[in-house]
Design a protein around this ligand. Sequence first.
Ligand code: GNR
Ligand code: NI
Length: 174
Amino acid sequence: MAIREIITVPDARLKQVSKPVEGGVTDEIRALMDDMLETMYDAPGIGLAAIQVGVPLRVIVMDLQENEEKNPRFFVNPEILPLTEDTAPYEEGCLSVPDVFDEVERPTECRVRCLDYDGNEVEEVAKDLFAVCIQHEMDHLEGTLFIDHLSRLKRQRAVDKVKKAKRLKEKNAA
Ligand code: GNR
Ligand code: NI
């Protein structure tokens, strides 16, 4: 397993639409998921889409556990279906938009169908933080970031903040 670099805005790769995994969940896909999980734990974050490490495939890892105990979840070729018209705001953040947090309104419940780590087809209902996170990650697969749900002004400010932080970091490293 290896920690990979997480790409940040305004990297154009984050706008790509990711491609379905063809041919099932192979050892190669499992190795990608292992790296993604390690990268996510290291960040730390609660979810990660493959495009965030520069791989345009429909693969997501997640761990919503707040304590030491790990509960990794894997989603290959996920499909989601909203189950309610109820929506709720939640203060979101994103490892590709570091140190920016704002409220996004999303359906509170959805159904998720995907292949799991072993390549089995699974289906489950997502609520609460799981619903927020899976919708945030599904957006990544379509090239959408949580800041794309905000006003143009807030989005521009967010990108400027990340750019500025990166410049400062590079200057200090030099
Ligand atoms: O670590 C993360 N936290 C988070 C908080 C609220 C809503 C969504 C997220 S996902 C984010 C990690 C990430 O960027 N996943 O794509
Ligand atoms: Ni994100």
